[in-house]
Design a protein around this ligand. Sequence first.
Ligand SMILES: Cc1cc2nc3c(=O)[nH]c(=O)nc-3n(C[C@H](O)[C@H](O)[C@H](O)COP(=O)(O)OP(=O)(O)OC[C@H]3O[C@@H](n4cnc5c(N)ncnc54)[C@H](O)[C@@H]3O)c2cc1C
Length: 421
Amino acid sequence: MTTAIYWFRNDLRLNDNLAFTKVCKAADFVLPIYIDNTTIAVDTPPSYPQISKSRRAFLYESLQDLTNKLKGLGSNLLVFQDDYRQVFPILREHLNTNIVYCEQIEALEELDQVAWLNEAGFSIKSFWQSSMLDPRSLPFELEDMPGVFTQFRLKVEKHKLKFASPLDTPLKISSLPPLSGTLKQSINLDAPLCEKSFYGGESKGLAHIEQYFERRLVDKYKRTRNELIGIDYSSKFSPWLALGCCSPRTIAKRLAEYEHQFGSNEGTYWLWFELLWRDYFRFLSFKNENIPSPHSYSSEVLRDELDRDFQSMKFKRWSAGCTGDSFVDAGIRELLSTGYLSNRMRQVVASYWIYNLEGNWAAGAAWFCSQLLDYDVYSNQGNWQYIAGKGADHQGGRQFNIAKQTQDHDPEGIYRKIWST
Ligand SMILES: Cc1cc2nc3c(=O)[nH]c(=O)nc-3n(C[C@H](O)[C@H](O)[C@H](O)COP(=O)(O)OP(=O)(O)OC[C@H]3O[C@@H](n4cnc5c(N)ncnc54)[C@H](O)[C@@H]3O)c2cc1C
């Protein structure tokens, strides 16, 4: 009889979850776990919490939904709020297994975790499952990823690359191993109360995707995607994608069905185009130096530099929405209140931090990590670098003229009025 641990990471779903499907086929007993390390002390600057209230609420709702789904299938989810270096040895002792299945994440902190587990004698089986396209289907080696998105897209389009069909929820979930009373989850998953428009979890995410297509909002996506106010101007798929409550292949499949039914149009093409950007930033991680998480600094010098930024008045003013520029401040206040910000406003506030305030892009990226419901290590880093003119496809960076952006996107001042306090 084989026993294994399934370590949920950014794949909080049962549908289209390759790694979880594999463990259910391979092991008779499986213990599903999640490790919430967002309250563990890290080299976090003292000026802001590592994760905002709304981000924590979305995470906990997602964990609750996953727990309910697993319970419905005769299993469960144990959530630990501890250092993974403490959790895994305890589990090994209790379960008498060193086999761990999980999703593959190509970012520095997550790779370090897997390296530590390997060192500690665990047998890790990790599977890539967070992109729309399968990286192995690309018509070039991953090390030869084009440094410019357009070249990547043209190659994908030339070879008519398609996503593989999403997997169903496994029909049979392996039983829980016998657990003694001492092995209990260490946290209560009651989501903190806060005002919000987004509710976490696979069930809510799938329902949101369905509604988006049923309401045919995709038809006007290209026209509206740069707007700032409301829910419908863009898909709002990102929070569920970031925690893996829904897979990008599930969205791609729904998009393909939609095109089959109603025909393709510029809206459907642009939604696919943006999902391809998401893949692009992921695939770059196979080629470039591994992406550091915002709080794992690559050098002492960078750490000192960022700490200086975090302590500075300019950072305190920017991250509180008190710079004095009403458009930038409105964007920051929206982010602080909701955990979400349109792509346009992310560009505006990031550009202001980098160019107007001369802040380090990595400090801005780290703060976004604490606030964004849809925080995603690949997309956050990729976009900040793109604006700062670093990394791949930077084309010299993108400095936005804030006065022009204000005039173009909020000529009547409605957005600024909504977020004025
Ligand atoms: C400074 C900065 C930081 C960002 N940080 C993140 C982040 O941490 N997590 C994140 O998911 N996105 C990030 N983005 C990208 C983008 O702003 C969001 O994905 C998008 O606004 C989410 O809203 P939506 O789901 O309605 O997007 P839509 O416009 O409806 O797009 C559909 C999907 O395509 C993907 N997508 C769209 N634009 C981009 C993009 N520029 N880069 C990568 N993928 C994209 C997302 O998965 C999105 O859900 C960042 C952008 C900037 C400028």
